[in-house]
Write a new protein. Structure first.
Length: 178
């Protein structure tokens, strides 16, 4: 079993489930100075397993810097069960998850299962990034998202953070190519 000295899963992102990522990004900028936001529409996933069943999940996200942490705004573009619908009924929105970058997905799965926390959703993007949502609803009121630390992910986080350095508000919404 991991001890606290062996385990360090730093928070790298806070994510809100929203109705519309573009209007929410504009609001986050006006309210908190967050941004600029990098928009990924209808993120392709190779596979998704939610609560033990294969499913389809289509979602879009806006990623921006909010101080020292990345802010993700996510909307669900498909119908049906998902980690977003587990927490929010149709028309409801709010804090959905805190993301953690882990050194090993298998080690993290084992750790959270030892803590009696269910891995509610597992998925893999078409770019090869596996991610999962850990059900911490009863203890924290939101999910934890985990994904393995990699050069690809660290590069993306660095790109978003660097875009915010000395940013003067121009080009608030920046659309990513697939």
């Amino acid at each position: 079993m991991d001890t606290m000295m062996d385990l360090c899963y730093p928070v790298v992102q806070i994510a809100y489930f929203v109705e519309n990522i573009e209007t929410s990004a504009i609001a986050a900028n006006r309210r908190f100075g967050a941004g600029p936001f990098f928009i990924a529409k209808e993120i392709p996933l190779d596979w998704v397993v939610h609560r033990g069943k294969e499913t389809t999940l289509v979602h879009s996200s806006a990623y921006g810097q909010w101080g020292h942490v990345m802010l993700e705004l996510v909307q669900q573009d498909s119908l049906g069960p998902s980690p977003f619908r587990d927490l929010f009924d149709e028309g409801c929105f709010g804090l959905h998850h805190i993301a953690l970058m882990v050194p090993s997905m298998q080690q993290a799965y084992q750790h959270f299962q030892e803590q009696q926390l269910e891995i509610a959703t597992r998925a893999k993007t078409s770019s090869g990034v596996e991610f999962a949502f850990v059900d911490t609803l009863s203890s924290l009121g939101h999910f934890l998202e985990i994904y393995q630390k990699s050069e690809q992910l660290q590069g993306f986080y660095e790109m978003v953070a660097e875009a915010a350095e000395n940013w003067q508000g121009q080009d608030l919404l920046r659309y990513l190519d697939r």
